[in-house]
Design a protein around this ligand. Structure first.
Ligand code: FE2
Length: 384
């Protein structure tokens, strides 16, 4: 039951301990564009930055939320609605803010480059900037390198070729055992493989094209498949082994009827794997794109009709969205394309802190507090 409404992956939001540092990673290291600096629609104490790709479009967005305190856990449920977000900021729980991937969390985001040659250029570019980069690994459907953002979130860059269609005529129809060259890795040779010339600048050929895929973790891959294919309405396009661990599977789903980079969600299936923990250095949620407000409303109705617990349509200022969770509890959204030009001209995106009109009178105070990035204030006594 392919969904008639999805246009692919809309955005992926990560949790950062320091938004300025994450911005340097996105812009200086990866060549994305800062397209909006703002505060979270649930609570102005949370700083937010949105990034678009070099092509100038804003149909695919990487978002960072800042969770700055070092002594407080990130809210276990994330920022799901205004009430729980405010409550978690008013009454933060002592503990480590760091996330840990596991069942019910994302594992990594893969960005897209054209060719293996560009992948090797990226490896050189990032290595020269001090990143620990592994790969290029041959993943049967693409080649890929891996590295971490400054908070530890796993990022990948993956190639177009050879694509998903080279080993089966009907995608997702059979369980595909990976070829020997993807399994038997010559780690020393792989580690040594890198562009011989420096690539300090990101050339037009190197520039990242957008998302390639993202990968989450499930303790029950069949339950995830039933959920996404039969209830959310995406297509299963590949069933294969997870190449980095024995006894684990890797399933791929296409959010549109065209299974190509930018439209693909994947899951590692680790039977019985323990739950992860949301926090700094991990993704907060993934969003899929609905064509417009009307399509979003239709899709919400379809999800509710499939007995998925789905939230009301929320106005997130730059898009409308609905939220739901996968069977392991991983948060998803469906969102309209962003309207980033409502408060900045198209040529000036990301240049100022954008606040909703009701917060403009408090701009000085909010800018000062974001500059200082204070920890949330516990109000346990007041709340009691
Ligand atoms: Fe991946």
């Amino acid at each position: 039951m392919p969904s008639p409404y999805s246009l692919g992956i809309h955005s992926q939001a990560f949790i950062s301990a320091n938004l300025e540092r994450s911005t340097r990673f996105m812009v200086d290291d990866l060549g994305l564009r800062l397209v909006k600096r703002t505060v979270h629609p649930h609570d102005e104490r949370i700083a937010v930055a949105h990034f678009g790709f070099a092509d100038g479009g804003t149909d695919q967005i990487v978002t960072y939320y800042e969770w700055n305190p070092i002594f407080y856990e990130f809210p276990a449920d994330g920022f799901v609605d205004q009430e729980t977000t405010k409550a978690s900021l008013d009454d933060p729980q002592a503990g480590s803010p760091h996330g840990r991937w596991g069942a019910g969390t994302n594992h990594h985001l893969a960005l897209h480059t054209d060719s293996r040659e560009q992948l090797l250029n990226w490896k050189r570019h990032l290595s020269d900037r001090g990143f620990h980069v592994t790969g290029p690994y041959f993943r049967n459907y693409f080649s890929a390198i891996y590295f971490n953002d400054p908070d530890g979130a796993i990022f990948e860059i993956a190639t177009t070729e050879p694509g998903f269609g080279h080993d089966e005529a009907v995608l997702g129809s059979d369980y595909m055992k990976p070829p020997e060259e993807a399994v038997d890795r010559k780690e020393r040779d792989i580690a040594a493989e890198v562009a011989s010339e420096p690539h300090a600048d990101i050339s037009a050929e190197m520039a990242l094209r957008g998302f390639h895929h993202n990968t989450s973790v499930s303790s029950d891959i069949e339950a995830v498949t039933d959920f996404f294919v039969n209830r959310v309405g995406v297509d299963l396009i590949k069933m294969t082994d997870y190449l980095d661990a024995a006894d684990a599977t890797h399933y791929y789903y296409s959010a549109t009827q065209e299974p190509r980079p930018g439209h693909v969600l994947t899951y590692f299936g680790f039977p019985g794997y323990p739950a992860g923990r949301l926090g700094v250095g991990l993704s907060h949620h993934i969003a899929l794109t609905a064509r417009d407000e009307e399509a979003l409303a239709e899709w919400r109705k379809a999800l509710a009709g499939a007995e998925i617990e789905v939230g009301e349509i929320e106005d997130e200022r730059y898009f409308s969205s609905v939220s739901f969770r996968d069977p392991d509890g991983h948060l998803y959204r469906i969102a309209t394309p962003p309207y980033f030009t409502i408060d900045e001209a198209a040529g000036e995106l990301g240049q100022k802190l954008c606040l909703p009109s009701e917060l403009e009178s408090r701009r000085g105070e909010i800018e000062e507090s974001l500059r200082l990035r204070p920890a949330p204030t516990p109000r346990r006594t007041a709340a009691a």
